[in-house]
Design a protein around this ligand. Structure first.
Ligand SMILES: NC(=O)c1ccc[n+]([C@@H]2O[C@H](COP(=O)([O-])OP(=O)(O)OC[C@H]3O[C@@H](n4cnc5c(N)ncnc54)[C@H](OP(=O)(O)O)[C@@H]3O)[C@@H](O)[C@H]2O)c1
Length: 259
């Protein structure tokens, strides 16, 4: 067997369909690209059309199969509509990546109900509802991969965790509940836990050079994360190779959490 054949038997996503929320920016965009380059037909879901189109054009220019759906995951109706539009592109997904997220960061004492509700809607309810929509079908077909993107704040308070930290902690519990329900049927459910990755999500923090340097110094690798750092871990968790990894939080953080 050639090394290429061996690697393909473990990691190839040929013939798989992946839905990636937040696939138009940052970590989600890098993961959508990684899954597509590994062979999956990818549908990315977010709101802003220009970024969705640019991402899909980049991937299709490389010969990948990619499509986009513009939808707002901030309401239950929006999630349902986006899910039904997403399956029109390549059919029911084998892989679901929940990367869409918001972090509004008001101080805890000033956290409004509106911030609480919108944070829970995008960060927690959308992953839950998409799991309910796609998980049972994956289980029926005998293969599925659900990958959530959580945060250090699922594990520790960190720069005004607030509602965001609560939502991410709950998503880690959601992954375990989904894993418990569907792993016997070939559907693994895990989370990827980033450290600090400069992106539009944390524009205020990432524009403060002292803060950026201090965060890099807290890692073991000696730098902050890049969206591309998630490519290999995402392909692994989406592939056959990770069949016995479920309910786990996989830290892709340069050692931030263990330093
Ligand atoms: N960057 C970090 O340091 C870091 C650390 C820990 C965890 N994370 C997590 O990693 C994930 C990705 O973060 P990122 O840094 O890559 O952020 P990002 O670059 O800001 O990307 C967020 C994505 O979510 C989409 N999105 C936001 N609200 C949405 C809504 N209501 N409906 C549909 N799509 C929506 C955005 O597109 P539109 O705005 O066009 O809708 C965008 O594609 C998030 O879940 C975040 O919590 C990031």
């Amino acid at each position: 067997m050639s090394s290429q054949t061996y690697l393909s038997s473990l990691f190839s996503l040929d013939g798989r369909v992946a839905v990636v929320t937040g696939g138009s920016s940052g970590i989600g965009r890098a993961i959508a690209g990684a899954l597509a380059r590994a062979g999956a037909s990818v549908v990315i879901v977010a709101r802003k059309e220009a970024q969705l189109v640019a991402t899909v054009e980049e991937l299709t220019a490389e010969g990948c199969r990619a499509a986009w759906v513009s939808g707002d995951l901030g309401s239950r109706e929006g999630v349902r509509t986006a899910a039904e539009r997403a399956v029109k592109a390549h059919g029911e997904p084998d892989i679901l990546v929940n990367s869409a997220g918001i972090n509004l960061r008001p101080p805890m004492g000033e956290l409004s109900e509106e911030v609480w509700d919108s944070t829970m809607a995008v960060n927690l309810e959308a992953p839950y509802l998409l799991g309910e929509r796609f998980g049972p079908g994956m289980a029926e077909r005998g293969f599925g991969r659900i990958i959530h993107i959580t945060s250090q704040q699922a594990h520790r308070a960190f720069v005004r965790s607030g509602a965001y930290g609560v939502s991410k902690g709950a998503v880690e519990s959601l992954a375990r509940s989904q894993a418990e329900a569907w792993s016997p049927y070939g559907v693994t459910c895990n989370t990827l836990v980033p450290g600090f990755v400069p992106s539009p999500l944390n524009a205020r923090l990432s524009s403060d050079p002292e803060m950026v340097a201090a965060l890099a110094a807290r890692t073991m690798v000696g730098r902050n994360g890049l969206a591309e750092d998630f490519a290999g871990a995402a392909v692994f968790l989406a592939s056959r190779a990770s069949a016995y990894v479920t309910g786990q939080a996989v830290f892709v953080d340069g050692g931030f959490s263990v330093h």
